[in-house]
Design a binder for this molecule. Structure first.
Ligand SMILES: [Zn+2]
Length: 192
């Protein structure tokens, strides 16, 4: 995380952390709101330029491709920022997810930055190769655990299910989740 507006983060600790994401609290610590633009990089070499347009708006510049082997396209995307008052004074900043408009701290990379839930919905409605297969696998497990769950988050163990069975499903879910994240990540590139 060096000098004037350059930073690097990423973690190898499993699943969602493998996904490229922007965390507004982290950007703030890196000094985004004291500068005009910064470049954010990940260990796999992906980079995104974040430009501050106004108090409540960011511009993200990066390259993206929908499948491995396809041509990269340049993306220029606007993200709104919103603030809430903190109980002990001061403000807290949030991204507004461009798809569902919910306030979120983290936006995940994909064809457009979105909150985690919107990504899951996106991937389940598109044919996206291995990410899609992983997503459908996860969703099958989710539906088995809770037929009323519409997002792809892992439900709690149903009362009538054995712990052992739940643990097996959980392990499968996590394997799919890792597959999904790494497939989604291969679509990210270097900003020239
Ligand atoms: Zn969303």
């Amino acid at each position: 995380m060096g000098g004037s507006g350059s930073g690097r983060w990423g973690s190898d600790r499993g699943k969602v952390e493998h996904m490229l994401h922007l965390d507004i609290a982290q950007l703030q610590r890196m000094g985004l709101f004291r500068t005009v633009a910064m470049h954010v990089g990940w260990p796999n070499g992906a980079r995104i330029s974040v430009v501050r347009l106004a108090r409540d708006s960011l511009r993200l510049l990066y390259r993206y491709r929908s499948h491995e082997g396809e041509a990269w396209c340049d993306v220029d995307e606007r993200i709104s920022i919103t603030t809430t008052q903190q109980r002990l004074g001061g403000e807290r900043r949030w991204f507004r997810c461009p798809t569902c408009e919910r306030r979120v701290r983290i936006l995940y990379a994909g064809p457009g930055f979105k909150c985690r839930q919107c990504h899951r919905l996106y991937y389940s409605s598109q044919s996206e190769g291995s990410a899609d297969r992983a997503n459908r696998g996860m969703f099958k497990i989710v539906k088995r655990l809770d037929p009323n769950e519409h997002f792809n988050n892992l439900p709690r163990r149903p009362k009538n299910m054995r712990w052992w069975t739940y643990k097996q499903l959980l392990q499968r879910y996590e394997r799919y989740d890792t597959q999904w994240a790494s497939a989604a990540m291969r679509r990210y590139g270097l900003r020239r």
